[in-house]
Design a protein around this ligand. Structure first.
Ligand code: BV8
Length: 235
């Protein structure tokens, strides 16, 4: 694995493509999630305000799907966990994904910049808790007791991604930035490669099934299924 000789953190960004071979849909592939529902109807604060039931149903369906025992971490998730084990202080794993397959594959301290499907948040008290059941508008907050204030702990379009200060710091100090399984369509994640190159002089690598929107911005691109190219890159 081409790691610069400077002892600086490695930053990895993953997207839906790393979970595809585990059985979870991507978003922008031909059969992707956004080919079945519109972002404006299910993944914006306006949609939630206008029609919470539809938004709850969208995430309840995905949550139940993720909890299906057939959905398991794959060789790519496990390879990244091995990498973290080899470089415990030097790897920051940032994911756009809201699934928990990195954790179940053995990764620690996963930075979920778009939130987590198996967590719910109370807008009244801010409490974030593990949540594996269906959410409805009537689900009370078991911390403050408010009703009508629970939502999926997910970052919608138009909302600020989580942990951006920590991510931007790592990008400006890393020697290696690796982007895995993302189409490079969604910002600010799609801009991370430029941030790593311009402010951090990192070596940048894209591991994806096919060239992404931002492929030309990377020093190195390897294309193929994540379960093949990620272990090959890590090991
Ligand atoms: C924000 C959670 C500002 C929900 C998601 C410029 C700068 C800043 C913002 C913008 C900007 N331009 C536009 C924006 C607004 C917007 C945006 O980027 N819109 C896009 C559509 C143009 N961004 C935002 O709104 C973000 N917020 O900027 O806030 C702000 C500032 C101050 C104050 C307040 C706010 C928030 C974006 C987060 C939205 N939430 N996820 C949920 O999951 O339901 S994003 C959504 O796209 C997905 O959830 C996913 O996380 C994300 C990225 O998708 P990918 O992971 O890349 O998936 P995709 O299907 O696209 O690609 C899969 C790839 O895998 C493909 O390339 C495929 O080839 C590959 N693949 C397939 N199979 C395999 C494979 N690779 C390997 N192996 C395989 N087997």
């Amino acid at each position: 694995m081409s790691i610069p000789d400077r002892p600086v953190p490695i930053v990895i960004l993953t997207g839906a493509g790393i979970s595809k071979e585990s059985g979870l849909d991507t978003f922008r592939d031909a059969d992707g999630i956004w080919s079945k529902v519109r972002i404006e109807d299910v993944a914006t604060p306006e949609a939630f305000h206008r029609d919470p039931e539809t938004v709850f149903e969208f995430y309840n369906h995905r949550r139940a799907g993720l909890l299906d025992p057939a959905i398991q971490p794959n060789a790519a998730h496990k390879a990244l966990a091995r990498l973290q084990e080899s470089w415990p202080e030097d790897v920051m794993l940032v994911t756009q994904n809201i699934d928990n397959l990195h954790e179940r594959g053995g990764s620690k301290d996963v930075v979920h910049m778009h939130g987590e499907l198996l967590k719910a948040r109370c807008e009244a008290c801010g409490n974030v808790a593990e949540w594996h059941e269906d959410l409805t508008i009537d689900t009370p907050c078991f911390i403050c007791g408010s009703v009508g204030t629970k939502r999926p702990h997910v970052v919608w379009f138009g909302e600020m991604p989580l942990h951006m200060d920590k991510i931007e710091w790592a990008l400006t100090h890393c020697g290696l930035f690796v982007s895995i399984g993302t189409s490079g369509n969604v910002y600010p994640a799609a801009g991370f490669v430029s941030m790593a190159r311009l402010r951090g002089q990192a070596h940048t690598v894209e591991l994806n099934l096919e060239p992404s929107e931002g492929s030309s911005l990377f020093h190195e691109c390897r294309h193929g299924p994540a379960t093949e190219i990620v272990p090959a890159f890590v090991d």
